[in-house]
Write a protein that binds this ligand. Structure first.
Ligand code: NAD
Length: 315
């Protein structure tokens, strides 16, 4: 039986990845210190092939038995979280990634690093393709996250080139779906929380900045495709359909049948103006493309989350 280690497996994306891997008949070892994740996200899992380990990966990590894949997702991921945990964010990207690459090397496992579109910073090219090196402010409030991920990418390539570890890097673009935290500060959970309570939706700036939103089922399918390929260089995974934040707010209001109005608030520091993945490499190398459009994805998120989760009454 194939065994997969998933760090950050009790988080939003990680828990969906655990579900898919179990569905494919694999055994899963989920390592998480529950910093921003929750047992609520994995409590539905009944499989005897699933093991949860409560551990901080910035400490030494030992995994019993054979391991075929290491999916390394653990990291604070929303601006609210990495503003609250700046040093920890850098440490997870550095020490945490060292430890998990060490596990992959020792176990001769294929390693997948969950990187981010934030490595492109506030991009000067559009859409962003993997060959673009980015435009990042290293000393701004978002620098701890962006640079941690850039360091983790460099470390991953060094382990591949010098140590011969079989590695892969995915650059994930904005993803949404059930199990997002209502108060994590990202646009979709915030808008949904406000819309289902008929409160005003808070759009930053004039709402003309763009994002591209990928439904989580599409994302985790892409992660598994990449891990099971023999590609070593970064691959963007995201939905190229691009929306302004104002369009997104209106879509959320419509899908949730809300009476909410829209209000405008100041833009956060270093908030990227544009964000759209070029997914040519994912299409060509992995045969991957997203299948769930925004309206359908928002509808599924509302249906599968329930009101308590969307409003943050349950974690
Ligand atoms: P999340 O906060 O829901 O999940 C992160 C998980 O990592 C949490 O369960 C948290 O408890 C765990 N974690 C953090 N530090 C840890 C540590 N030191 N040891 C063990 N576990 C630790 O965030 P998410 O949205 O699911 O993101 C998952 C990954 O995907 C992250 O690496 C993130 O950078 C990347 N990513 C996500 C998005 C997105 O839109 N969701 C976009 C780009 C990249």
């Amino acid at each position: 039986m194939t065994t997969c280690v998933v760090t950050g497996g009790a988080g939003f994306v990680g828990s969906h990845l655990c579900d898919l891997l179990l569905e494919k008949g694999h055994a899963v070892v989920c390592i998480d210190n529950l910093d921003t994740g929750s047992l609520e996200n994995i409590k539905h899992i009944r499989s005897g092939h699933f093991r949860f380990v409560n551990q901080d990966i910035t400490e030494e990590v030992h995994v019993d038995g054979d391991v075929d894949f290491v999916y390394h997702l653990a990291s604070p991921a929303s601006p609210i979280d990495y503003a609250r945990l700046p040093l920890h964010t850098l440490k997870v990207g550095a020490q945490g990634t060292w430890h998990m690459l060490g596990v992959a090397k020792f176990k001769r496992a294929r390693f997948l690093l969950a990187s981010t579109s934030e490595v492109y910073g506030d991009p000067q090219v559009h859409p962003q393709e993997e060959s673009y090196w980015g435009h990042v402010n290293p000393i701004g409030p978002r620098g701890v996250y962006d640079e941690a991920k850039r360091y983790a990418e460099a470390l991953t390539m060094a382990y591949h080139r010098q140590q011969g570890v079989d590695t892969s890097i995915v650059r994930i673009f904005n993803t949404y779906g059930p199990r997002m935290r209502a108060h994590d500060g990202r646009a979709i959970p915030t808008f949904l929380r406000q819309a289902v309570q008929d409160q005003p939706l808070t759009v930053f700036g004039d709402g003309s900045q763009t994002r591209s939103f990928c439904f989580v089922d599409d994302l985790v399918r892409g992660l598994v495709n990449l891990a099971e390929s023999d590609e070593h260089l970064p691959v963007n995974i995201g939905n190229p359909d691009e929306y302004t934040l104002l369009q997104l707010a209106n879509a959320v209001i419509e899908v949730s049948n809300s009476n909410s109005k829209i209000v405008f608030e100041p833009l956060p520091v270093d908030d990227p103006q544009i964000r759209q993945p070029d997914i040519t490499r994912a299409r060509e190398i992995l045969g991957w493309k997203p299948e769930v459009g925004l309206t359908e994805g928002l509808r599924k998120t509302i249906e599968l989350s329930g009101r308590d989760r969307l409003t943050g009454i349950t974690a």
